[in-house]
Design a protein. Structure first.
Length: 159
């Protein structure tokens, strides 16, 4: 038996060029606004104005450590997803980084993009010499199950 349905195409995943272009900043801001509007626990409450989202991305990207990596996934309309790791700030933890801001636009969800980004960021972290990655997520959120499926281990909960 064969299927005539095409398999979903995973958008191209690549490191974000730094400094980010104005188009990329607008796309990242739109992605963050979409995530906040969808109820994601990503450090913001709705409504998030696009100008505030752009300012947050500008500040975040300007302050990244040299070893930090920001990955983006693009489709024909622009950036539809992102994830990053940021090295631990403590000097005695050069082996540790935090995975932050896994965001997938609602129009691109349920296609394996979150999983693909996590696999890619884990590989980028290994290549950069990080042996321990941490992240946080909202309990009961679909991302929590994704992380478990990828082998992440819960280290605790904050009530």
């Amino acid at each position: 038996m064969t299927s005539h349905r095409p398999l979903p195409q995973i958008p191209l995943i690549s490191p974000l060029s730094r400094p980010a272009s104005d188009d990329d900043l607008r796309d990242l801001a739109a992605l963050l606004v979409d995530a906040v509007e969808a109820g994601a626990a990503v450090s913001f409450l709705p409504p998030l104005a696009p100008a505030d989202a752009i300012a947050w991305w500008q500040e975040t990207l300007a302050g990244l450590a040299p070893r930090a990596v920001v990955l983006v996934a693009r489709d024909a309309e622009g950036i539809v997803a992102t994830v990053q790791f940021q090295p631990a700030w403590a000097r005695n933890q050069p082996h540790r980084a935090e995975v932050v801001k896994l965001l997938v636009h609602r129009r691109a969800r349920r296609q394996g993009l979150g999983r693909a980004l996590m696999v890619a960021i884990e590989a980028a972290a290994r290549t950069a010499g990080f042996g321990l990655l941490t992240l946080d997520t909202k309990g009961g959120d679909p991302a929590e199950q994704l992380y478990r499926d990828l082998g992440w281990i819960a280290a605790g909960t904050i009530p």
